[in-house]
Design a protein around this ligand. Sequence first.
Ligand SMILES: Cc1cc2nc3c(=O)[nH]c(=O)nc-3n(C[C@H](O)[C@H](O)[C@H](O)COP(=O)(O)OP(=O)(O)OC[C@H]3O[C@@H](n4cnc5c(N)ncnc54)[C@H](O)[C@@H]3O)c2cc1C
Length: 331
Amino acid sequence: MAGILIVAEVDAGVLRPEYWELATVARAVSASIPGGVSVAVIGADVAAAAQQAAGIGPDTLHVIDDERLANPWPEAHAAALIQLCGELSPQMVLAPRSILGAEIAARLAVRCGWPLLQDVVQIEATPDGGLQAVRPVSGGAVAATVRIGAGPWVVVPRPRAFAPAAASAVAEITPTRHAFAPPPFATACGTPQRVAVQGLSVDRAKIVVAGGGGLGGPEPFTLLREVAALVGGAVGASRVAVDSGWVQSTMQVGLTGKTIAPDLYIAVGISGAIQHLVGCSSSQVIVAVNSDPAAPIFGIANYGVVGDCKEVMTAFRDTLATRAAQAGRAV
Ligand SMILES: Cc1cc2nc3c(=O)[nH]c(=O)nc-3n(C[C@H](O)[C@H](O)[C@H](O)COP(=O)(O)OP(=O)(O)OC[C@H]3O[C@@H](n4cnc5c(N)ncnc54)[C@H](O)[C@@H]3O)c2cc1C
């Protein structure tokens, strides 16, 4: 019987970054869950990703490498994971909170009748052989402490809630290969269209400059892009900006967008609705620019500027550009 099984999701041949955060969670609870730490690499042509996944030094490494798993097809990936769980009988399955990861975790939990803990920000094993976890609920307004009894459990940590584990220098591990033997599929997978992210992705940027409804249209996002370029950051957006068609959905921060934790988050013309804050409240420093001094975003911001977003951001961009030019001359 396996102890902890980490789902190593592969995206375009590369391990998703959440994998290293899952490894941190596994290490934190592995002493209390007998059976060691195993990794499941599921996809097509995943040899390189499996080698990378071995970097955390798991006790066993399991690979299902099959052409039918080339695309993020939930039914096929869930079938592969359910198959592996049947063969390995893990006590805990750790899956990333990506679109695919969250879905196959839910499918696994339903199919096996195992408790599912989504969006976990803290977790520990309890002396009675159960788990205690903390997860935000009501759009992040409340932190709920959840206790569950004996496993198996399916756990999906919140992105960025746990520090990524470093790869450790370990002895080579030979992956155990499993032939994919799914039941007949009820769905089919079309050809996925990969949306090219314009500029740096908000997920990993250390500085994010995000715009909301207060920008009034797509044009002021050019200003935000100029500021982001000057500070080496990414441009994000609220749902209003995305739903209005001003920017692409990959930029959305919040409950139905991305959860980010940059060093600096600059919220421009964003009101601070709870569904937005849940995606950015873990930022180290939040700066808000808003014309309404009573905007809720000021309740969470470390620094606030009350003013028109175009005026403030134009002045900010010009100051940054001047300093960059001076620094360039100094070199
Ligand atoms: C189930 C659910 C999920 C959701 N998920 C998300 C999500 O993932 N992300 C998200 O962002 N939202 C999400 N929402 C929507 C959320 O509730 C808010 O509607 C949204 O965040 C508001 O976006 P906003 O603050 O940019 O726009 P608005 O509400 O339009 O606020 C605009 C702000 O700009 C300010 N402003 C106006 N003019 C100027 C100016 N000239 N200069 C400076 N400031 C100005 C205003 O004072 C105001 O505070 C979700 C809602 C639901 C119900």
